[in-house]
Design a protein around this ligand. Sequence first.
Ligand SMILES: [Zn+2]
Ligand SMILES: [Zn+2]
Length: 316
Amino acid sequence: MSTSITHAHATTPLTKIILLALVWLPIFGVISAVFLLWNQWVNWVDLTLLLVMYAICGFGITLGFHRMLTHKAFQAQPWLKTLLLISGSMAMQGPALHWAATHTQHHANSDEEGDPHSPLKSLWHAHVGWILNDFKPDIQKYAGAMLKDPIIVFVHNTFWLWVFAGLALPALIGAGAAQLMGHSAWFGALTGLIWGGFVRLFFNQHITWAVNSICHTFGSRQFETTDESRNNFLFGILAMGEGWHNNHHAFPRSARHGMSWKQPDPSAWAIWLFEKVGLVKDVVLISRKRIEARLRSEPDPTPDPVILPIPAEQRD
Ligand SMILES: [Zn+2]
Ligand SMILES: [Zn+2]
């Protein structure tokens, strides 16, 4: 099955161009947006597209790629699982299996040799330098348990289709809204693409990458972990709960990263809501006993495995 996996990170001139585009296009998008703002060429449709697309793709990363796919913090109905993985792909942070394997490798070697993006090397390296240096994840080793899941493999292999859809959707909605308001549909498509597409991508990417850089450098540590992970209030909010990163390293499989009302975690609220309406099950919650033991710096009585084992029925 692994032979059907597209290796988007093979070092060829084309992939080098793709990697550069992946990082720089959203930045050029932000520059064009500043120009549009300066000329007051922005309306509530563009800003709504930015916010709604940011939330959809952001939850795709936090709920889809991170908590569901990488850490198995809950199980979703197949159609919801597919939608979450598609939404995560639209955030253009790499195909699903690359993301999961890279992130598992981060947990397995956090802030030590082998961590793909530790800020102990440099803050720039942790943020985006590791991507520009063409890091290649070992899917077999770190995401082997996912290779026989047809939904995951399908969304992984169709990654660029979803990136394109994530740009085409706000352009089409922008064009339709402009037409309805009696303005130029082409101009509506352009501003929709810039705000709901490129500016949104900029925030989706840099806020997630800040969890790797800022949340391993600035913030408080509630739990003693073997890495430099921090709880950071600003990214707790902006990254929809992912900034409670020290909690997350202490209990990687927990569906909740925020551990009290002082640590708002919109992704955990979404999981709670999905569970209430029967769309997700097997939600992993950490007992008070385990949390208190870790707060007293005692070893976790039942630590989570970092690399998830391949289920017996999927082994060859
Ligand atoms: Zn981390
Ligand atoms: Zn994680």
